[in-house]
Ligand binder design. Structure first.
Ligand code: IPM
Ligand code: MG
Length: 371
């Protein structure tokens, strides 16, 4: 046992040193899409239902950006090889040659990728968020008839995730680590408050479990309030994650929430709940934003059971198409984004995973007709 503790101690020291290096490399220059001559959009199919829904979202982008694609200011590039089979064969969450192709793009539209349970293979998502330093996971949930308009700002590169594949096991016990840094918290908090300021929002809720996770969540809350002090027109309120999950169901209280700022794992969990209120995870898109790169995706996984049931054609592409709309906004194509957002709101066709309604392709046909 003494040896095991010694080894674990050494592993922990190495992790701390690696985190210090990560903090040192955190500041990168921001890409300015309003002036960029050529924007390259990488398309990654993913696993399971990924290729089905990504193909539909790509059709939408190709239609909206047709002139710019013809003129060369937009390049759409397919990136192969981020499949579970290839990742397992290479033993890497993102094979090196695929990562190189990814880094040659400016923004990415990515289908869901399968993450193996257990073992030590890291999730491709987590790896991509880290490799491209995509620190802000922005997830809108909007239900106009219920007066709900929420924007979640989930920290995307720290918390339980950053070392989630680097825990230690000793005889009879396992330990994982959670990391919260000053810089990492400050940049996600700033992103949330800037979003609020620029979008006419006057309220930010900071959601943690700082009564229990005193060091990490305590830091997250404290820094969020430091940043908040620079935005005197925006009110801030703290909630614990447990009561917040209840509050999202509580009427009319939930109508008052606008921008919700939270660490990684809580953000993962609560955004599935929020998406379910909107009509299911198949209806929710998500932006992973860094200073240089950004990646847009559905909030859900690759749904292998849908494929096993032979229902893949009925996967709802709305999540990926919403992600595509967020991509268009991010690259400053506001007009195209607006058109697509309107079409998504008015599209008369619905897709349900039971196959009772339209297929992914039929839904997209109807949507394209509105553009
Ligand atoms: C999400 C997903 C991912 C996450 C998985 C696929 C790693 O659940 O984007 O919410 O946990 O972040
Ligand atoms: Mg999730």
């Amino acid at each position: 046992m003494k040896d095991a503790i010694e080894q674990a101690g050494q592993a922990f020291r190495k992790l701390l040193e690696e985190q210090l290096v990560r903090i040192r490399n955190m500041n990168t220059e921001k890409t300015d899409f309003s002036t960029k001559q050529t924007v390259t959009i990488g398309i990654i199919d993913g696993d399971g239902i990924g290729p089905i829904i990504t193909a539909q979202a790509t059709r939408v982008l190709e239609k909206l950006l047709a002139d710019e694609i013809a003129g060369g200011s937009i390049v759409i590039r397919q990136i192969q090889g981020l499949t579970i089979e290839n990742r397992m064969a290479c033993g890497q969450p993102i094979p090196a040659d695929v990562l190189e192709q990814i880094k040659a793009c400016d923004v990415l539209l990515k289908g869901p990728t399968t993450t193996p349970h257990g073992g030590s293979m890291e999730s491709a998502n987590v790896a991509m968020r880290r490799e491209l330093d995509l620190y802000a996971n922005c997830r809108p949930v909007c239900i106009p008839e219920k007066n709900i308009d929420w924007m979640f700002f989930r920290e995307n590169t720290e918390g339980e995730y950053v070392l989630g594949s680097h825990g230690v096991e000793l005889p009879g016990m396992a330990v994982d680590f959670k990391v919260t840094t000053d810089l990492g918290t400050r940049r996600i908090a700033r992103a949330a408050f800037e979003y609020a300021k620029n979008n006419g929002k006057h309220h930010v809720s900071v959601v943690t479990k700082a009564n229990i996770m005193k060091k990490t969540d305590g830091k997250f809350t404290a820094i969020a309030h430091e940043v908040a002090a620079e935005y005197p027109d925006i009110t801030v309120e703290d909630y614990y994650i447990d009561i917040m999950t209840a509050n999202l169901l509580k009427e009319p209280l939930r109508e008052q929430f606008q921008v919700i700022l939270l660490p990684n794992l809580y953000g993962d969990i609560i955004t599935d709940e929020a998406a379910q209120l909107q009509g299911g995870v198949g209806t929710a898109g998500s932006a992973n934003i860094g200073d240089r790169y950004a990646m847009f995706e559905a909030i859900h996984g690759s749904a292998p059971r849908m494929l096993q049931r032979g229902m893949g054609a009925y996967a709802n592409p709305a999540s990926m198409i919403k992600a595509a709309a967020m991509l268009l906004r991010h690259i400053c194509r506001a007009e195209a984004a607006g058109k697509l957002e309107n079409a998504l709101l008015t599209c008369p066709v619905t897709v349900t995973s039971d196959g009772a309604n339209a297929t992914a392709a039929e839904y997209t046909d109807a949507l394209l007709a509105l553009l």
